[in-house]
Write a protein that binds this ligand. Sequence first.
Ligand SMILES: [Zn+2]
Length: 485
Amino acid sequence: MIDKIKQQIDRIKARSAAYLDARYYPFEESNELLMMNGNLKNASVSRESGVGVRVLYKGAWGFSAASDLSDLPGLFDKAFDNARAAAARVTFPIKLAAREPVHAQFDSPCMMDPFQVPLADKVSFLETMDKKLNQPGVFLRDASLTFIRKQIIFIDSAGSEIEKNITEVFAGLDVNGTDPQGVMQERKFRLGQMGKPTRGWESIDTELFAANAERIVRELNEVLAAQDCPKDDRSVILLPGIMYLQTHETIGHALELDRILGYELAYAGGSFVTLDDFGKLRYGSDRLTVRANALVPNSPGSFGYDDDGTPCRDVVLIDKGTLVGAITGRQMVEEANARAQRQIFNGSGGANRATAFYRVPIERMTNINIDPGSGGTLDDIIAKTEKGIILDGDRSWSIGSNREQFHFATEIGWLVEDGRKTKVVKNATYRGDTLKFWNSLSSVGSAATWELKYVDNCGKGQPNQVMQLGHGIPVCRFDNVRIGE
Ligand SMILES: [Zn+2]
């Protein structure tokens, strides 16, 4: 099949196409299991395969994809015809940032292939967790497992050939209960990197999940018995379980270069960031250094090579508070440099990804991480906080249309008075203006507080493309934040 694809690439290239690439998926499998209140609600398997072809001709893309590979010439002709039709209507001729041809293989770290594990073992794990979660105060409980396995062969007209073998594991526990006012309260646990080097079936560690099951049940009951979060201005100390989402929504999505250039307005809004801002905007306090680091070991945001064939990189986005970079692919960096009439971006950041063979790649977060700081442990940060609240767990979120403001509700809050954690509160919320908020960052925890969280369901694009990624996040404190409304 690879040779046949190469022949077609050569054939269309000879018809004066500027560039072609093909992503051949010999297979992509997913396996999802969900147990809710002791009942196995879902145990499904899906499998697909096919090829997606991009052709660049006279400054325009043409795309075509098929799962039936019996007519490869027809598939490539269709992509070329689409490019020729689009070339008649070009508003901004597409150029791709330079890149050397790549011959490589990437295997995500996996010791035990979850697709080789018997269904009975997976169900048995869920049953064990279900029993742990079935405790007083818990009205609704669920335990879930999601496994993804795929092989992608990337071939382009410049001579690149990349094989990727990727296994993903996502798992979680959720408990819900009703408080005396009749409001549903929630606490959850999600599997993240947890400092481990691999994520096959071996990452489904029964002891780790059992300990977290106990913790979330205990914390849910504390929330159910708690008073409401006060309404005032104070310091907020965000644990990684909410800090990841703060970073995702108000840094990650805001710094996707296609969004900055206005290509994502319809679906999930634009970005307040403009091309003029690079190199000078004070995005946050000088304690804030953020990177799109696709080289972190064992994360869904580390995938070897993106769907432009660009090797993964570690790109600084915000350097000691100043905006310096974006989440980029080969096409948008050229357009941004041309529009800005200066070289903001030096090559692609290697972040162009498609969710499937039948979608075109767009700029996606990799691992959008915050560097650990000098704030010490969580206890150190609490000890230096006069009046604050510790927050964890995402419950709801709402973002301004250009990500200039936000409002998050969290699962749990712990008040801090005079350097001491006092009591749990429920219905804890906080809100802010993105730039003012990040500029109020007053303490960043040490590497000991840093956790790599997995995200399995980031949505972007029309049609929607669900993507997997990561956020490596320390505990952070922000000052003068409005809470409780
Ligand atoms: Zn997202």
